[in-house]
Design a protein around this ligand. Structure first.
Ligand SMILES: O=C(O)CCC(=O)C(=O)O
Ligand SMILES: [Fe+2]
Length: 361
């Protein structure tokens, strides 16, 4: 594996990672302890401080806004999925109260007393609810400055007592809404592909729902790390709720675009498996979150994805989307192989996690 580890980083990294993980209090714990410099394990090999800003970030870009009540919604959503991979959705029908309570619930969880929160700290992915600092803490070259909880909401809801009381009700309510919205989006995307409305749903694109609550506490040296490392999402579709701070950027025309939060809107992005089954028609694009000095940033990402235990399922481009003019570009790809190779590719920034599955690499 290519290493992105900072030059001169010949310290006992494994021990530092382990000691940090054993504390079970995440990056929030470090900040609460009054840290003024970030630990070396968080130093990125290619930090934001080394990026020539003017040439890498586009500032004045209007990202697509999809109005679900617009008569041209199918055409609009298809255009955005093909040309941007990211779009805002408005008139989605989820009440503002639910969005606000979901952000507050995620904040409430991460700001609980450490002794209550550490009960949930785990890397046992068979659990329905767990929290950790970086689920890939030990495999990435530098972790993100971010603590996350993960709640597996479909195909089967967790038992009530598996969810923390502080956010139990809102995670359930939010997930009901997100599932409905997810079905609507999959219908629109199916139609935009010229398929029957239920096509993507019938392929299992919304069988699994993971809800992730991210918390990026203020970072004393934001220029040396990232709030969320550069990545593409691994499922089919991601629906993101973010607070008003901003910091998310995605790749468009080889530059980073800043996503200014749009109050009341949700941000949707195409993930890798949807790019694969649409034979590259829809684009799963790289994105990242900048760390910041000032205020904790909260975001909630809902992943529509396959569910645990479906590792042997094989994905391939939808046959209706393949033709002589549009030949199939992917080999048959099993979920477990995709997950395994994806892990190996972490930290190699611009490489698509789908690259190993291309027929003509
Ligand atoms: O927090 C964000 O804005 C983005 C989170 C994200 O990209 C993810 O959870 O995959
Ligand atoms: Fe993401």
């Amino acid at each position: 594996m290519v290493s992105n580890a900072p030059i001169g980083s010949n310290y006992d990294r494994e021990s530092e990672l382990k000691a940090f993980d054993d504390s079970k209090s995440g990056v929030k714990g470090l900040v609460d302890a009054g840290l003024t410099k970030i630990p070396r394990i968080f130093h990125h090999a290619r930090p934001i401080i080394n990026e020539p800003k003017s040439s890498t970030v586009q500032t004045q870009v209007d990202i697509p806004i999809i109005d679900l009540k617009d008569t041209k919604v199918v055409e609009n959503v298809g255009y955005a999925a093909e040309n941007w991979g990211f779009f805002h959705v408005i008139n989605h029908g989820i009440p503002k109260r639910v969005l606000d309570e979901m952000i507050d619930g995620a904040r409430g969880f991460h700001e609980m007393k450490t002794e209550e929160k550490i009960k949930y700290y785990s890397r046992d992915y068979s659990k329905k609810f767990l929290y950790a600092c970086n689920f890939q803490l030990f495999t990435v070259d530098a972790p993100s400055w971010n603590d996350t909880f993960l709640s597996v909401m479909a195909p089967k809801r967790p038992q009530s007592e598996e969810l923390p009381p502080i956010c139990r009700d809102i995670i359930n309510e939010y997930s009901d809404h997100i599932m409905k919205l997810g079905f609507t989006l999959l219908e629109l995307l199916s139609e935009a592909l010229g398929l029957k409305p239920n096509h993507l749903k019938s392929l299992g694109c919304a069988d699994g729902l993971f809800v992730l609550g991210h918390y990026c506490p203020p970072c004393p040296e934001p220029e040396l790390t990232f709030g969320v490392n550069n990545h593409t999402d691994s499922g089919f579709l991601t629906i993101l709720l973010q607070d008003s701070l901003g910091g998310l950027q995605f790749q468009h025309e080889k530059k980073w675009v800043n996503v200014s939060p749009l109050p009341g809107a949700l941000l949707v992005n195409i993930a890798d498996l949807l790019q694969l089954i649409t034979n590259d028609k829809f684009k799963s694009v790289h994105h990242r979150v900048l760390a910041n000095k000032g205020t904790p940033r909260i975001s909630v990402a809902a992943f529509l994805r396959p569910f645990h235990g479906t590792d042997s399922i094989v994905y391939r481009p939808i046959k209706e989307l393949v033709s002589e003019e549009n030949p199939c570009v992917y080999k048959d790809t099993s979920l477990d192989e995709y997950v395994r190779l994806r892990r190996n590719a972490e930290g190699i920034d611009e490489t698509s996690a789908l690259a190993p599955f291309k027929l003509d690499p």
